[in-house]
Design a protein around this ligand. Structure first.
Ligand code: SF4
Length: 257
């Protein structure tokens, strides 16, 4: 029997640790993207340690991710890459699928406290081509047709790839700073591939370059994430019954409508 560990990185819940004059706020990229991109009321639930029960859809998505990773291992030969090659922004590089961890540290100075927000995650695919740093995230779905009329990805999907694009990277989950590196680049690009869960083929791809507007969106979302997590501001309700009905935390939430 093969044990399929959940692919997503939200095993880490939102953690707050106050040490002398700095507040350390750590979370997974998924926790951040899901709460700011879907519902801010997920933040207090995550701080309380409430985790969603793994759904059938998550299980099938995890299975598809593992199959895609195995396919690449069997069919694509990727050469080892040195730190010197990583530093050379003209050198094309492709890392093996799901092999790169990310960490994003962003400090904030609020009137009440100095805060360091740390988001960690694992990236589906990261590569550099002609100086462009590209982060790819695959969403496996049983009904890719539901995206037919969409011209933009969901906010949570966009926040996820933007967080990855602005992180440091490592080939292992490590606390040693020497294991982490930056990826020099001339520009940054995200790709969100909506894939058919059965065939694993991309059905639709959303893609764009990072610009000043998307960077501002990421930064203001991080700031909001920090202020809500620390109780400086309150979450705002989206007032969507549809969202609450589809929410994986609805059975734990007092704010469900
Ligand atoms: S049930 Fe509704 S209010 Fe509560 S976390 Fe889910 S989406 Fe947000």
């Amino acid at each position: 029997m093969i044990l399929l560990l959940p692919y997503y990185d939200n095993l880490i819940l939102i953690k707050i640790n106050r040490e002398s004059d700095i507040t350390f706020l750590s979370a997974s990229v998924t926790d951040f993207a899901d709460s700011l991109g879907y519902c801010e009321y997920k933040i207090p639930l995550s701080i309380q340690g409430i985790k969603p029960k793994p759904s059938q859809s998550l299980f099938l998505g995890t299975k598809a991710h593992h199959e895609e990773e195995k396919y690449e291992q069997d069919h694509v030969e990727l050469e080892p890459v040195s730190f010197e090659e990583i530093k050379d922004e003209q050198k094309d590089i492709e890392f093996a699928r799901e092999n790169i961890h990310s960490i994003l540290n962003v400090p904030f100075e609020f009137p009440s406290e100095n805060v360091l927000v740390t988001l960690s995650g694992r990236i589906d695919k990261i590569l550099r081509i002609d100086g462009t740093l590209i982060v790819q995230d695959d969403k496996f779905t049983g009904k890719p047709q539901t995206y037919d009329l969409k011209t933009q990805p969901y906010p949570s999907q966009l926040l996820q790839v933007l967080a990855y694009l602005n992180s440091n990277y490592s080939a292992k989950r490590s606390v040693n700073p020497e294991d982490w590196f930056e990826m020099p680049h001339t520009q940054k690009k995200w790709q969100i591939r909506i894939c058919n869960r059965k065939t694993r083929e991309p059905y639709k791809i959303f893609s764009d370059y990072q610009d000043a507007f998307s960077l501002y969106y990421l930064h203001s979302s991080l700031e909001k994430f920090a202020t809500i997590s620390l109780g400086i501001t309150n979450p705002e309700h989206h007032n969507s019954v549809h969202k609450c009905n589809a929410c994986n935390l609805k059975s734990f939430c007092d704010y469900r409508i």
